[in-house]
Design a protein around this ligand. Structure first.
Ligand SMILES: [Zn+2]
Length: 277
């Protein structure tokens, strides 16, 4: 169908989104998403109830593809779905890993975002200096709402920020991203006390207790398991404690996904995207 290679996402039936319909069965819906003077090509196709989303950099001259249709800003906004936002982050991390990140014209990005932005996702991640989501997912200005706090723990204010990002800001995806070798997790495992930080660290105790099995050493491997368990706990807690986000996930308006970032390799490993009933 396309002369160019494209990434594809095969969804499980459970993950099928009940949100806006972008494609009729067997028909291709394609558009470009302009980012920093470069265009992305997003294709959504649906066959026999199975939807696939492809995202690819426009190096293959999509204008020559008969399926290509230039889109209005509203059309582009409508085409950013939980699935395509997920694909855009995955393809961004792939570029980050390969060293093929987009060369950005920052002054131009500032100009283009000066009247507002349409972020695709809200990412809760650690304050660790190695985990900036805009870099890890190779995104430009205006693309990501960042919520950053040590240990990527969930607070009421963080949850409110996610509600703001999704309900008012138009983000289509909530990502909770922990990381390996997390200093906050290590500190919690060591039981260190530090003025106000102690209260934050207590939020990791549940994950520590879940991973701990009768006197296990709280070594680096243990700490990475705690970080991963905490991501699962936070994903569950977001849906439990926010009616707004829970119903948006249920209706397929947004997706939610947990992820672990490796500070050793630069790779993001995602869990299952949850979107729809
Ligand atoms: Zn950390």
């Amino acid at each position: 169908m396309h002369a160019h290679r494209r990434l594809s996402l095969r969804e499980s039936s459970r993950g099928a989104c009940a949100g806006r319909e972008h494609a009729q069965s067997g028909r291709l819906f394609a558009l470009t998403w302009r980012e920093a003077r470069l265009e992305f090509f997003i294709a959504v196709e649906q066959r026999a109830g199975e939807r696939r989303v492809g995202v690819q950099h426009a190096a293959a001259q999509p204008r020559k593809n008969p399926a290509f249709q230039p889109m209005t800003p509203d059309g582009i906004d409508a085409a950013i779905t939980p699935e395509s936002a997920f694909e855009l982050l995955k393809s961004g991390n792939a570029r980050f890993l390969k060293g093929t990140v987009i060369e950005r014209d920052r002054p131009l990005e500032v100009k283009e975002t000066s009247n507002g932005t349409k972020p695709i996702a809200v990412v809760l991640t650690c304050c660790d200096a190695r985990t900036p989501p805009e870099a890890i997912f190779d995104q430009g200005l205006g693309s990501i709402f960042s919520v950053r706090i040590a240990g990527n723990v969930l607070s009421r204010d963080g949850l409110g920020t996610m509600e703001f990002a999704c309900q008012l800001g138009g983000a289509k995806l909530v990502v909770v991203m922990g990381h390996s070798s997390c200093g906050a997790v290590r500190t919690a495992c060591e039981g260190l006390k530090l003025e106000n930080f102690t209260r934050l660290l207590a939020k990791l105790n549940k994950a520590i207790a879940q991973v701990e099995k009768g006197g296990a050493d709280r070594d680096a491997e243990f700490q990475n398991l705690v970080a991963a368990q905490n991501v699962k706990n936070v994903v569950a807690s977001i849906q439990k404690n926010s009616e707004t986000l829970r119903s948006m996930v249920k209706d397929g308006q947004i997706g939610i996904v947990g992820a672990m970032y490796s500070v050793q390799t630069g790779a993001v490993h995602f869990g299952d995207l949850r979107c729809g009933e």
